[in-house]
Design a protein around this ligand. Structure first.
Ligand SMILES: [Zn+2]
Length: 210
């Protein structure tokens, strides 16, 4: 894989990070983005303790699929084991985005899954967005817990932490992150309007005829 591709992917990660910051999905030094380098067993990931707002392409770190740093001036993100386990488990995934999107994160704290209530979200996430039980950030236990659920879901909520989305491109994984946050906001509004929490995934599947 040519240096140009790594350069191109680095620039796209930086651009995506800035957009996530502007959308309020990441704040301070929270969140991380990674992207597989096509044709290799490596991926680029945002460094530990970096702000997405001011990230520079040269700060990104190259890691292998076990999460070990291969190249880079800075340390890999704390969440690298989680990203690595996703690339090992899902050959189709080219990018992973982790944010602390506020509404979706609140659902995780309340231990509530996010349901695909709108048809567009349902088409992307027919199995909804389940909550992965709390494990320490950066731990192997968290990576193992994510591995169990990622096979059947492109988006997960990490209890008392944030959300993770995957995609076939960096842009698709970021877009899904935004859509999950929007879905959480809509679900919250529905809960406020109806005063209850009666909709379930089985009913939605029936309604949308899958
Ligand atoms: Zn986090």
């Amino acid at each position: 894989m040519s240096t140009n591709s790594i350069k191109d992917i680095s620039q796209r990660i930086v651009k995506a990070g800035r957009a996530l910051h502007h959308q309020g999905l990441v704040r301070g030094t929270s969140g991380n983005i990674s992207a597989r380098i096509p044709g290799t067993d490596t991926f680029l990931i945002t460094p530990s303790g970096a702000s997405m707002e001011n990230l520079r392409p040269e700060e990104l770190v190259l890691a292998d699929l076990l999460g070990n740093k291969i190249r880079g001036e800075t340390s890999v993100s704390l969440e690298t084991p989680m990203h690595a386990v996703i690339y090992r488990a899902r050959k189709d995934v080219q990018a992973v985005v982790h944010t602390h999107a506020p509404t979706a994160t609140a659902f995780g704290i309340a231990k509530k899954e996010i349901l695909p209530l709108q048809i567009e979200l349902f088409m992307l996430l027919p199995n909804g967005v389940p909550v992965v039980p709390f494990k320490t950030p950066g731990s192997k236990a968290l990576a193992d817990a994510v591995q169990k659920k990622i096979a059947n879901h492109d988006a997960l909520i990490l209890e008392n932490h944030g959300i993770v989305t995957v995609g076939s491109t960096i842009e698709a994984a970021c877009s899904l992150n935004e859509m999950v946050e929007e879905g959480a906001k809509i679900q919250f509004l529905v809960m406020m309007l109806t005063g209850q929490d009666t909709i379930n995934l089985a009913e939605l599947k029936k309604k949308f005829k899958t």
